[in-house]
Design a protein around this ligand. Sequence first.
Ligand code: SPV
Ligand code: MG
Length: 431
Amino acid sequence: METVYTCFCTEVIHEGHLNIIRAAQRYGKVIVGALSDQALIRYNRFPTIPQDERVRLYRRLDGVTNVVIQDDMLYEDVLALIRPDYVIHGDNWRTGPESVIRAQVKEKLEAMGGQLIEVPYTSSEQVRKVDQQLREKLAMPEYRRKRLRQLLGLRPVVKALETHSGLTGLIAEKTVVAQDGRLDQFDAMWVSSLCDSTAKGKPDIELVDLSSRLRTIDDIMEVTTKPIILDGDTGGLAEHFMYNVRTLERMGVSAVIIEDKKGLKKNSLFGTEVEQTQDDIESFSEKIRAGKRAQLTDDFMIIARIESLILERGMEDALGRASAFVEAGADGIMIHSRKKDPAEILEFCDRFRAGDKHTPIVVVPTSFNAVTEDMLAAHGVNIVIYANQLTRSAFPAMQRTAEDILRYHRAKEVDDRLMPVKEIISLIDEL
Ligand code: SPV
Ligand code: MG
């Protein structure tokens, strides 16, 4: 009997999947591939039930002969293993980012003498509802909050993009790039103090208070599911930080990063050009301990950010602080630098990793931007934050548009570089 292969990446079976199985049965015995967690998170949805449970779910379906794990979003390995006569898929993958996967399946199948069968995508009310319910589930605090820790176990390096509004949240949530036959996307979002303040036209000096920051977070959460890392500035007074940890945890924020500075905080990229005071090790450690005592779940992370390299206090000071802050309970260390050359960051990572194999390291390659994610991962980095690039790209574009409208006394000259309103609207999900 001939074999038909199909890959599922769902955790709820709806009529669309049943249609695929029914169609597949007409060609032979049906083998379902369960996309592994690692593969699933690269493009599709984040799993809320374990991989084994998804396998059991598919096994129970009438008409399914066997279930295998598909370890990669590309079918190359699984096709070589199973050598099916047919692959069956909904026709929705002909357009959009998934078309690169389809192209590879077609090529491999043809080389093996197999055939691709495409059935019309089932776009019913039930399918739409299941999709929506899954998205809503992922946006719930209990699922979103733990997702950063889950990602740290699944990804060689977690990539976070700056967001400061619903719209920038949607960009971080939905941007997918197909490159070299693979799909890539951001894993998490960074709510930067610099960009949140800038969006409100205010300086980055802890002037925008927590209520206002929470409003921004809520706007982002309303339209996204990815985990949020909050730039918590200095964390304020330890006594206040404790309450704020509870609030963030309850909202579903995954991590807060606090920096070891005190007094009037200025943006780190000013370095020693402005007056900034580093907190002493004991007092900052006590703030970390206070936050950890207040925390109720195991999911939430308090990450300590070390400013020694920014303030030119030296590598030994940075390393000493890192071990003291881990000792105090920090769930991760962020090391920052404003040098163009990544050497001091890489040295810190190597030396920290030599004594601590597990505590996650976070870096923000704004100044040392030539270093790649792979290179950072090779030095033990776990989270890379692109901290301000959306704001810095949008601002000059908006400014130029405003200037040109003034210059030409009409908007015709700027129109070519504007996104059509129809396209803008298509970014926004409707209920
Ligand atoms: C931010 O994005 O607000 C940061 C990172 O704290 S940096 O601006 O590089 O200090
Ligand atoms: Mg900041």
